[in-house]
Write a protein that binds this ligand. Structure first.
Ligand SMILES: [Fe+2]
Ligand SMILES: [Fe+2]
Length: 286
């Protein structure tokens, strides 16, 4: 029997598919933190390739689990896969609008698609599971940040893009433990987990930074990069760095577990804001 840190925790969770329309979604959709929009848009370009990869890896893992003893974990994988499938399909639609705003994204997308195909072809299941776990742990911190200190920067954001990320990151928060539990069940070990985290960070951060830089360079060339953008981004980076760095460092601990409320020991941290934002937005895990 697989050890679960919080058994049956996803039994009450659904995969949702909100009716979002991106036809009128604006470029420069976060006027108070322009670089955040570039970074989230860069992330969106990879999701129609990354999330199918996550699903394929978790399906391979599912085959290695015991249908009886691991029934709860298998049910969580199925929920995880349904949520991720909805995510990448809606991001693929959003990306159609993004490509209209920023022609020239296709080569980046082809590159990241080929990377994930190569990982599935050449890497072990253990490596792929550790990579997925690294991504999902970082997704949890991104969700806490989005629903916490990022909220003031998002007040003037384009509603369609903001709703897309609200829904997506709320579901990332809900299924935050699944990849961690699957890795622990099939290929436990601190060093393996660290390696996956490091490989994921190196790979996807480099891709994300390059795409975000490209988006910014297009706006600079067109003269649509706002004059006060640098100053706004400096303030945003300060807020984000202070929030995210200690939480990302926590993932390095051999005792890291995404299951408990991540900031339970810190009532001034992001977890309380995240829970109330989820409730307000209708994406509450309860
Ligand atoms: Fe997702
Ligand atoms: Fe996820």
């Amino acid at each position: 029997m697989t050890q679960r840190s919080a058994p049956d925790k996803l039994a009450h969770v659904k995969a949702r598919r909100p009716a979002l329309d991106f036809a009128e979604a604006r470029a420069h959709w976060i006027p108070d933190a322009p670089a955040y929009a570039y970074q989230l848009d860069a992330a969106s370009t990879m999701l129609p390739y990354l999330e199918p990869y996550l699903i394929k890896v978790q399906k391979l893992a599912r085959e290695c689990l015991d249908p009886t003893a691991d029934a709860d974990l298998i049910a969580d994988i199925d929920l995880f896969n349904r949520q991720e499938a909805n995510h990448f399909q809606l991001h693929a639609r959003y990306n159609e609008t993004l490509r209209r705003h920023y022609p020239g994204l296709e080569p980046f997308e082809a590159e990241i698609k080929a990377d994930f195909e190569r990982f599935l072809r050449e890497k072990s299941l253990a490596w792929n599971l550790a990579y997925c776990e690294g991504f999902e742990c970082t997704g949890l911190v991104s969700a806490e940040f989005f629903f916490g200190p990022a909220q003031p920067f998002l007040r003037t954001a384009d509603p369609a893009s903001r709703d897309l990320w609200s829904w997506h990151l709320a579901e990332e928060f809900e299924h935050r433990s699944v990849c961690h539990d699957v890795l622990a069940a099939l290929h436990p070990g601190w060093l393996r987990r660290l390696r996956g985290y490091s490989d994921f960070l190196t790979h996807l951060q480099r891709y994300g930074n390059r795409v975000a830089e490209y988006l910014k360079s297009v706006d600079r060339e067109r003269g649509t990069y706002a004059a006060d953008a640098e100053a706004k981004d400096r303030e945003f980076d300060r807020v984000r760095g202070r929030f995210m760095l200690p939480r990302l460092a926590r993932i390095l601990s051999p005792f890291y577990d995404p299951a408990p409320p991540p900031d339970a020991a810190d009532p001034r941290g992001g977890a309380a804001a995240l829970r109330s934002a989820l409730k307000r937005s209708g994406w509450s895990p309860r």
